[in-house]
Design a protein around this ligand. Structure first.
Ligand SMILES: *[C@@H]1O[C@H](CO)[C@@H](O)[C@H](O)[C@H]1NC(C)=O
Ligand SMILES: *[C@@H]1O[C@H](CO)[C@@H](O)[C@H](O)[C@H]1NC(C)=O
Ligand SMILES: *[C@@H]1O[C@H](CO)[C@@H](O)[C@H](O)[C@H]1NC(C)=O
Ligand SMILES: *[C@@H]1O[C@H](CO)[C@@H](O)[C@H](O)[C@H]1NC(C)=O
Ligand SMILES: *[C@@H]1O[C@H](CO)[C@@H](O)[C@H](O)[C@H]1NC(C)=O
Length: 416
């Protein structure tokens, strides 16, 4: 009887002791999370675990953790993650440190050096310019003064949200938007292949990239969140990183024309080219299909396209197609404070900087383009067929985009 009770007491005490051990062990593992990334992201930005003497039960910790460090660092690029690596000189300030603080998911690309000062300065300038232009009452355009609440839902269809990383991208067609849409699909993991999220932006089929069902845009909030939609948008606009890519407005128009009217595109032929041919090219009965039209060498000229844009009738029928709609109408830069403004003219540098700022440069890479990009230097050639008066009218139509995003007035084209 007495022995059996003693035995039971031992069992209880033993179990309690085991539980205590387990708790302590878990504590170690918990603490190790704080340590793990220390060698990867050096500097004082990582919260340091309490010194061992305050936690006697974890006195084993340092050697246990340095084993894990050594293990993890085997997978890092040689030299970048060794615990013995010298910590880069702390010339950075708080905002730079915030950019560097992330947990790597894949080890193939980890940046320890801060973004070059001139690149950060360039972003500051672009953002400052936007603010100045929005505040300047001599810069006037429709919708400038309205509040975010007054923007109709259908005008919010270009803002793509990635809740996984807290990113909002306003896409502007003809400004590398396919590539950025691909990246948004990868980041939001909205495309599964064999149950696994697609990780390679370039492996996403083209028709899917532009399929609206792949992207969660602001205009879909209403359906999903009902009356909370606008409120949620504002919360996300406040917390998420918002970016946009723009390019020279006239060069964008040339690019749109080349892509939609110099290449066979049945949809654009029927919706727009036929209208232009009828109205501006003396073709009362244009060919019925794009193949027929190309067969007999008929397509609207660049000058016809510009006439179409300047014709007041055009906007009466429907708003400009997104490929030539002004950026200020697509992305509402005076209602939404973009954190990053990329220019196509500096796309590669901007893309690298942006992906680092978003802390996803270890998840995706910006696909390098081998396409024959429309170059600014062709501008004069293209506009040589457009009457000077029309060029000036066109400039007025796109002037807000020129001014908001810092593109110079193309004097050589406008003063003749
Ligand atoms: C941090 O860097 C920014 C951009 O270079 C600079 O404007 C700012 O003054 C710096 N802040 C400090 C505290 O050094
Ligand atoms: C506003 O823009 C005009 C040109 O349209 C410019 O002359 C003026 O200096 C700007 N004002 C401010 C405060 O930047
Ligand atoms: C916007 O508001 C400013 C004053 O705040 C006013 O001068 C300007 O005319 C307004 N613009 C439009 C398009 O309503
Ligand atoms: C977009 O994708 C959805 C489902 O993936 C499909 O049902 C729809 O037909 C696609 N739309 C277009 C225009 O391809
Ligand atoms: C790009 O296109 C332009 C005109 O469409 C052509 O003149 C030029 O040769 C092309 N460049 C390349 C590298 O294909």
């Amino acid at each position: 009887m007495g022995t059996s009770r003693m035995f039971r007491v031992f069992v209880v005490l033993g179990s309690a002791f085991m539980i205590l051990l387990i708790i302590i062990y878990w504590d170690d593992v918990g603490a190790s999370h704080l340590y793990l990334h220390t060698p990867v992201s050096p500097g004082p930005k990582i919260p340091h675990p309490p010194p061992p003497h305050q936690q006697p039960q974890t006195s084993r910790t340092p050697s246990f953790l340095s084993d894990i460090d050594a293990f993890v660092n085997q997978f890092l690029e040689p030299g970048t993650g060794e615990p013995t690596d010298p910590v880069p000189a702390d010339t950075s300030n708080q905002s730079e440190k915030a950019e560097e603080r992330y947990i790597p998911r894949r080890e193939w690309k980890i940046h320890l050096t801060p973004v070059a000062a001139e690149l950060r300065e360039r972003q500051d300038q672009r953002r400052r310019l936007l603010q100045e232009m929005c505040a300047n009452d001599s810069v006037v355009f429709p919708g400038k003064n309205r509040s975010f609440d007054d923007i109709p839902n259908k005008e919010l269809d270009h803002l793509i949200v990635d809740d996984r990383h807290g990113i909002i991208y306003c896409y502007v067609p003809k400004v590398a938007c396919s590539n950025w849409k691909r990246i948004m699909i990868v980041l939001s993991e909205s495309l599964l292949r064999d149950g696994v999220p697609q990780r390679d932006p370039l492996a996403i089929p083209r028709d899917l990239v532009h399929n609206n069902s792949m992207h969660f845009t602001f205009n879909k909030f209403w359906k999903r969140y009902g009356k909370f939609a606008k409120h949620l948008m504002k919360v996300k606009l406040k917390k998420y990183t918002k970016f946009i890519f723009v390019r020279d407005p006239f060069v964008r128009l040339i690019s749109a024309y080349r892509n939609k009217f110099e290449l066979r595109n049945e949809d654009f032929y029927r919706r727009f080219a036929q209208v232009m041919l009828r109205r501006y090219a003396n073709q009362p009965t244009p060919p019925a299909s794009v193949d027929e039209a190309f067969g007999v060498g008929i397509h609207p000229s660049f000058s016809n396209f510009i006439q179409y844009l300047l014709d007041p009738q055009t906007e009466k029928e429907m708003p400009f197609n997104e490929h030539w709609r002004q950026v200020y109408r697509l992305c509402h830069p005076c209602q939404i404070q973009y954190d990053f403004v990329g220019h196509l003219e500096t796309a590669e540098e901007d893309a690298e900087q942006l992906l680092r700022q978003l802390r996803v440069d270890n998840v995706v890479e910006f696909p390098t383009s081998h396409r024959n990009l429309t170059a600014s230097s062709w501008e004069a050639d293209w506009f040589s067929t457009v009457p000077v008066e029309a060029r000036r009218e066109l400039y007025k139509l796109y002037e807000p985009d020129f001014r908001l995003f810092g593109y110079d007035r193309p004097d050589s084209i406008l003063n003749e």
